[in-house]
Ligand binder design. Structure first.
Ligand code: GAR
Length: 221
């Protein structure tokens, strides 16, 4: 069973999806530590409710490399195998990414994953759902990817697609995407936990996954 560290700045519904999947044993992992940079973040309350260790580590006014070194120390102390960004609204510095790069046994996979509410490489960065609506795209979705030093540019693990409907606003589209995020993220983390992921260049291989269909990149568990 691998140990997850989850970084979250917001309400924490993706954290909840990971907590639920671990509790249900559909993912062979446990959440060892939740860290938020935002006081009062819903994610911290969710961790507490689940009986999982959590920490508030305020980031305001702290230089990025200094802050990231504190994160690394806390995650290492918790013996975390994989860091999951779940609505974590800060970029990570090389201090962090070097500490959680590929390791023995991860088959080239970095040890930091993110969920993004857009179909990368379209609409990276903030407010991906609003960017998508504004652009007039017909499909939206979410992407789980490994994290590198760019903004949402790391190798893609999995994607799910939803339609953009005629009456959509930012909130309705974001809610439709979020429902897919909650399905996709635990599956991707489960693949990592089971040692089924490997990375060659930009391409991520999911061992035993079926061909893409019905708007999901790797349909078979
Ligand atoms: C999710 O939609 C996630 O994809 C997004 O923030 C939301 C967090 O919701 N992340 C980003 O935009 C990262 N750049 P949650 O706190 O309920 O999981």
């Amino acid at each position: 069973m691998i140990r997850l560290g989850v970084l979250a700045s917001g309400g924490g519904t993706n954290l909840q999806a990971l907590l639920d999947a671990c509790a249900a044993r559909s993912v062979d992992a446990e959440v060892a530590l939740v860290i938020s940079n935002v006081s009062g973040a819903g994610a911290l309350a969710r961790a507490e409710r689940a009986g999982v260790p959590s920490r508030l580590l305020p980031s305001r006014g702290v230089e990025r490399a200094t802050y990231d070194a504190q994160l690394v120390e806390a995650l290492r102390a918790a013996r975390v195998d994989l860091v999951c960004l779940a609505g974590y609204m800060r970029l990570l510095s090389p201090v962090f990414l070097d500490a959680f790069g590929p390791a023995a046994g991860t088959r080239g996979c970095p040890r930091v994953m993110n969920i993004h509410p857009g179909l990368l490489p379209a609409f990276p960065g903030l407010k991906a759902q609003a960017q998508c609506l504004e652009y007039g795209a017909r499909f939206a979705g979410c992407t789980v990817h490994f994290v590198d030093q760019g903004v949402d540019t790391g190798p893609i693990v999995a994607q799910a697609v939803v339609p953009v409907l005629p009456g959509d606003d930012d909130a309705t589209l974001a809610a439709r995407i979020l429902a897919e995020e909650h399905r996709l993220y635990p599956r991707a983390v489960g693949w990592f936990a089971a040692g089924r992921l490997s990375v060659e260049g930009r391409r991520v291989r999911v061992e035993g996954a079926g061909a893409p269909q019905r708007g999901i990149s790797n349909p078979t568990d």
